[in-house]
Design a protein around this ligand. Structure first.
Ligand SMILES: Cc1cc2nc3c(=O)[nH]c(=O)nc-3n(C[C@H](O)[C@H](O)[C@H](O)COP(=O)(O)OP(=O)(O)OC[C@H]3O[C@@H](n4cnc5c(N)ncnc54)[C@H](O)[C@@H]3O)c2cc1C
Length: 405
């Protein structure tokens, strides 16, 4: 009887799981023949989430159909609604609402993450975000509509709630973006404010790169308000924990992410982001034949105590390892332990350039235009899907392929 590997999600982790599993099945001799490889996701596209803060929302969901066809992956346009790990079965809902059941021999959960929305009054009704493609498009349309409104301080002010990686990147682009959206009606009165509740901007990035980030944001014309939380949002602006009122027609919520809610259906330990604790081979230890990868996986990157962060950088490797191991386990081949000791960040800082750091303590390596050149390379080439060519794919879909040199 034929066997089936099902991968949930066609983001970075799901895509590379599929390509890596396809490679392992092909290289596994005749044993891989007859194994069906299925990716289930709402569209056969890769949404390039790391670019959704950018001013121009274009080519951010490349189609994967030809690539999947080239390596023998079947794509099912559907959402997974339930995972029955004891029965090795999934409940899926197609785009027309049809429900069905899909059995698996190996299952890879790569369903990613979504923006964390704490219970701040008004967040659901009034805050914009750049988490998913549709969200970025809604923000874009809103910014374009501002020019038709009366020129008030609120119209000319954007508040970015959250001064982490996404908040910083969104803020740095915003003065130019807002000015462009408002056109001649803008005058000089544009204001972009990042509000961060921690004592310093970029709390997760640590103190080393902070002076560079502060200087760059200042040069971009972005104000930073730290040690302050947004406590309420309405149609006319925000209220802060300091009791301040900031008039703004555009509040962008960027503070934090949580693993896909499907993780709650995988038994075992979960971290504070909802991620499933994975073993060194990215298996969910308490759910036989289930692998977790990308933003849903809590996985050690090295033996120094570092853990993968929710990032494209980690998802690209986590995906390769999980897909390979799912196929290898099915074929009785040896598994590949996940390891990704090199960690870098490349933070876009708008017209100032970009900041490239290395190591978990984020030592500054490139700044300004040099950093920007690298960021552009990453955002337009490195993270995009490869050509729909089996040989090209299999040459880079191995579990120990190093993306960051
Ligand atoms: C604005 C922004 C900027 C970022 N910048 C960076 C950066 O500079 N560097 C970096 O490394 N990372 C960055 N990230 C983080 C990065 O985008 C994520 O960590 C990465 O996308 C995770 O990949 P993933 O495959 O695990 O999940 P995702 O990319 O979220 O993909 C999840 C997939 O699962 C599918 N899915 C969801 N639910 C279901 C379901 N129920 N059934 C079936 N399929 C489902 C989705 O449709 C999608 O295909 C940024 C993120 C954002 C939003």
């Amino acid at each position: 009887m034929s066997k089936r590997i099902v991968i949930a999600g066609s983001g970075f982790a799901g895509l590379w799981s599929a390509l890596s599993a396809a490679r392992a099945l092909a290289l596994g001799g005749g044993a891989g023949e007859g194994v069906e490889l299925v990716v289930v996701s709402p569209t056969p596209t890769l949404v390039v989430r790391p670019r959704l803060y950018e001013a121009v929302i274009e080519n951010m969901d490349p189609d994967l159909s030809a690539l999947f066809a080239a390596v023998g992956v079947r794509h099912l346009t559907a959402r997974i609604e339930a995972i029955h790990t004891a029965e090795h079965a999934l409940e899926i809902v197609a785009s027309d609402g049809t429900r069905s059941r899909l059995n698996y021999d190996k299952f890879v959960l790569a369903a990613g993450s979504t923006l964390f929305r704490p219970p701040v009054p008004g967040i659901a009704e009034f805050a914009f975000n750049v988490d998913q493609l549709d969200d970025a498009r809604v923000l874009d349309a809103h910014l374009a509509s501002l020019a038709h409104r009366p020129a008030t301080p609120g119209r000319n002010t954007v508040v970015i709630a959250g001064g982490g990686f996404t908040g910083i990147e969104t803020a740095a682009e915003m003065p130019d973006r807002l000015r462009k959206a408002l056109g001649d009606t803008a005058g000089a009165a544009i204001r972009v404010v990042v509000i961060e509740q921690a004592a310093g901007i970029g709390p997760d990035l640590g103190p080393v790169p902070r002076p560079v980030i502060e200087a760059a944001l200042a040069e971009c014309g972005v104000e930073i308000l730290t040690g302050t939380a947004v406590t309420g949002i309405d149609a006319d602006g925000v209220t802060t924990s300091a009791g301040e009122r900031i008039a703004s027609a555009t509040v962008v919520w960027t503070a934090g992410a949580r693993a896909n809610a499907l993780t709650a259906q995988i038994p075992g330990e979960h971290d504070r982001f909802g991620r499933v604790h994975a073993d060194p081979y990215l298996r969910a230890p308490q759910a036989p034949d289930v692998f977790v990868t990308g933003d849903v996986a809590h996985a050690a990157t090295d033996d120094q105590g570092n853990v993968a962060v929710m990032s494209c950088q980690h998802a690209l490797s986590l995906g390769r390892v999980a897909g390979h191991n799912a196929a290898a386990e099915l074929l009785g081949l040896s598994l590949h332990p996940y390891s990704q000791p090199k960690y870098v960040t490349c933070l876009d800082l708008g017209p100032w350039g970009a900041l490239y750091t290395e190591g978990w303590d984020r030592q500054v390596r490139l700044t300004g235009q040099e950093g920007k050149n690298l960021k552009r390379e990453i955002n337009t080439k490195w993270i995009y899907p490869p050509a729909a060519d089996r040989d090209v794919v299999f040459a880079i879909a191995n579990p120990d392929y190093v993306i960051v040199p």
